[in-house]
Design a binder for this molecule. Structure first.
Ligand SMILES: Cc1cc2nc3c(=O)[nH]c(=O)nc-3n(C[C@H](O)[C@H](O)[C@H](O)COP(=O)(O)OP(=O)(O)OC[C@H]3O[C@@H](n4cnc5c(N)ncnc54)[C@H](O)[C@@H]3O)c2cc1C
Length: 464
C-alpha cells in the first residue's frame, strides 16, 4: 500500500454501493486528496445470506469497482478477518486518519462500528470512524414527535417525515437548482445520463409507469411495482435521490414515495428498538404458545401447502429471491395465522432467501403481519388466503406462472382446487394429494385456533 505524508481517508462501503449521493464518499473527498475505497467481506453477514444473495452482492461490487475506476480509484475488497481487524490494518498500512461510513441501524452493525472505532483508536497513529447517513431518506432517529419520541403509529410519523423532507435542501447536482418538475409528469431533468448504470436506468424506466402505481401495486400477476428494492438494499440507488427524482406531483408518485417513508419508519423503529427481530413489539404476544410443526414449516418453505397463492409466492421466492409485496403479506400471514408457527422462523427464512433482505424491513413487516408489531391490525382480523387470491390475482395468472400443475384450471377455480369435484379435477389433469398437495390446514378451523392462542396470551399477560 503506497504511503505519502498526507493522511488518507478510507471510505468503507457496506450497504451503500454507489458514489452518486453517497455522503460518506463525498465527505472523504472533500477532506482528503487521497481516498481509498474498501469493502470488507464480513463473515457474520455472509453467513446469513443465501447463495443467490451472495452472488448478487458480488455483481454490485463489480459495478461499484467499475464506477470507481472511471474516476481513477479502485475498490479494495478485504476478506478473511473480522471487520475491526481488517479496517484497522488497512488504515495503518495506508496511513489513514479517517474512516467514513454510512450508518447501518441494525444491532449487529452498531456493535461492529463500536469494535471498529476501538480498533482504530488503538493504532499507533489513531484514526477516527466518522458516521454519515446515506441509507435512508431521513436519518434514523431524526423524525420524532413533539415530545422527542418515535411515533408508534405510521401516519403521524409520515406527516412529520413529509414536513421534514420539504425542509431538506434539494440535490442540486442531480436536479439543477431551478428545474421545476415537468408539467406533463415526465421524469425530472437530471444531470445524470443513461449509459452503463443499470440501477439508474431501472429508476428512469419506472418513472414512466409510476403514475399508475395506485392501480397496479397490489397485483402480483403484472409488473406493477418499481422492482427497486434490491438496488435500495445494496445502496446502488440512494433513497434520497429516488424521492427527489420521483417528486410528489401525482397521486402515483405520492403513493410510491409513501412506501419509502415506510422503509424509513422501520429503520427508525429498529434504531429505537434493537430487539425488533427477536421480541414481539407488543410484549403480551411474547407468551403465545406457538405450534412446533416442522413438517408444516417445511411444506410452507417449499410451496406445498395446498393453497395455490401461498405455494406460488414461496416458489417465486425459492426460484428468484423475490416475492411481490401482497404475496409476502399473504404467505407470512399463512405461516403465522393459519399454521400458528412463530413469526421469527418465517422472518429468518425470508431474511436468508430474499435478495432485498433487510433486518429492519423484514422484521418490521413480519411483526406487522403477525399483529405483534406497531400499527398492526388487531390480531383477530385474519387474512383469508383464498379471498386475497381471488381479489388480487383474479385471472389466476400469477398462480399459473409459479404452480404450473394447476395451469389448466379456470380462473374461477384455480385458487381453491379442493372445492372442485374429482371429475372436474381429473379433466384438468390434477389428482389432489398426488399431482398437487391437499390443503395442509382448513382456514376456518385454523383461524379460530389462532384467535384462541392470541387471546390466551393476552389473558396471561393481564393476569400477571
Ligand atoms: C413479510 C414481509 C417481509 C418483507 N421483507 C422485506 C425486506 O426484507 N426488505 C425489503 O426491502 N422489503 C421487505 N418487505 C417490503 C416489500 O414487500 C418490498 O419492499 C417490496 O415488495 C419490494 O418490491 P418493489 O421494490 O417493487 O416495491 P415498490 O412497491 O415499488 O415500493 C418501492 C420501495 O418502497 C419500499 N417499500 C415498499 N413496501 C414496503 C414495506 N411494506 N415496508 C418497507 N418498505 C417498503 C421498498 O424499498 C421498495 O423498493 C417485506 C414485506 C413483507 C410483508
Amino acid at each position: 500500500m503506497p504511503r505519502t505524508d498526507d493522511p488518507a481517508a478510507i471510505v468503507w462501503f457496506r450497504r451503500d454501493l454507489r458514489i452518486e449521493d453517497n455522503p460518506a464518499w463525498e465527505a472523504a473527498l472533500r477532506a482528503h486528496d487521497r481516498v481509498i475505497a474498501a469493502f470488507v467481506i464480513d463473515p457474520v453477514v455472509m453467513q446469513q445470506a443465501g447463495s443467490r444473495r451472495q452472488a448478487t452482492l458480488s455483481a454490485y461490487l463489480e459495478s461499484l469497482d467499475r464506477l470507481l475506476r472511471v474516476r481513477g480509484a479502485d475498490l479494495i475488497v478485504l476478506s478473511g478477518s473480522a471487520p475491526a481487524a481488517a479496517v484497522a490494518r488497512l488504515a495503518a498500512e495506508a496511513g489513514a486518519d479517517e474512516v467514513h461510513v454510512n450508518r447501518d441501524p441494525s444491532p449487529y452493525a452498531q456493535r461492529r462500528d463500536t469494535a471498529v472505532r476501538r480498533a482504530l483508536a488503538s493504532l499507533g497513529e489513531p484514526a477516527r470512524l466518522i458516521i454519515h447517513d446515506g441509507n435512508s431518506v431521513l436519518p434514523p432517529g431524526s423524525v420524532l414527535t413533539a415530545k422527542g419520541t418515535l411515533s408508534r403509529v405510521f401516519t403521524p410519523f409520515y406527516k412529520r417525515w413529509s414536513a421534514a423532507l420539504a425542509d431538506e435542501p434539494a440535490l442540486p447536482e442531480l436536479l439543477g437548482p431551478t428545474d421545476p418538475p415537468p408539467a406533463d409528469g415526465s421524469p425530472r431533468p437530471t444531470g445524470r445520463s443513461r449509459g452503463d448504470d443499470p440501477p439508474w436506468n431501472r429508476l428512469v424506466d419506472w418513472l414512466d409507469r409510476v403514475d399508475r402505481y395506485p392501480e397496479t401495486r397490489d397485483l402480483p400477476g403484472i409488473d406493477g411495482t418499481s422492482g427497486l428494492s434490491v438496488d435500495l438494499k445494496f445502496g446502488a440507488l440512494s433513497p434520497r435521490t429516488v424521492v427527489e427524482v420521483t417528486g410528489l406531483h401525482s397521486e402515483g408518485r405520492r403513493a410510491f414515495v409513501r412506501q419509502l417513508a415506510w422503509r424509513d419508519w422501520w429503520f427508525h423503529l429498529l434504531f429505537d428498538r434493537p430487539t425488533l427481530a427477536t421480541n414481539a413489539f407488543k410484549a403480551e404476544f411474547d407468551s403465545i404458545v406457538w405450534r412446533d410443526a416442522p413438517t408444516d414449516f417445511d411444506a410452507w418453505c417449499h410451496g406445498r401447502t395446498g393453497y395455490p397463492i401461498v405455494d406460488a409466492g414461496m416458489r417465486q421466492l425459492a426460484a428468484t429471491g423475490l416475492m411481490h409485496n401482497r404475496v409476502r403479506m399473504i404467505t407470512a400471514s399463512f405461516l403465522v395465522k393459519d399454521l400458528l408457527i412463530d413469526w421469527r422462523l418465517g422472518e429468518r427464512y425470508f431474511r436468508r432467501e430474499l435478495l432485498d433482505a433487510d433486518l429492519a424491513q423484514n422484521a418490521g413487516n413480519w411483526q406487522w403481519v403477525a399483529g405483534t408489531g406497531p400499527d398492526a391490525a388487531p390480531y383477530f382480523r385474519i387474512f383469508n388466503p383464498t379471498a386475497q387470491a381471488k381479489r388480487f390475482d383474479p385471472s389466476g395468472d400469477y398462480v399459473r406462472t409459479w404452480v404450473p400443475e394447476l395451469e389448466a384450471l379456470r380462473s374461477s377455480s384455480i385458487h381453491e382446487p379442493w372445492a372442485m369435484g374429482p371429475l372436474e379435477l381429473a379433466g384438468a389433469g390434477i389428482v389432489l394429494g398426488d399431482t398437487y398437495p391437499e390443503r395442509i390446514v382448513d382456514h376456518a378451523v385454523a383461524r379460530q385456533r389462532t384467535i384462541d392462542a392470541y387471546g390466551a396470551a393476552k389473558r396471561t399477560q393481564s393476569a400477571k
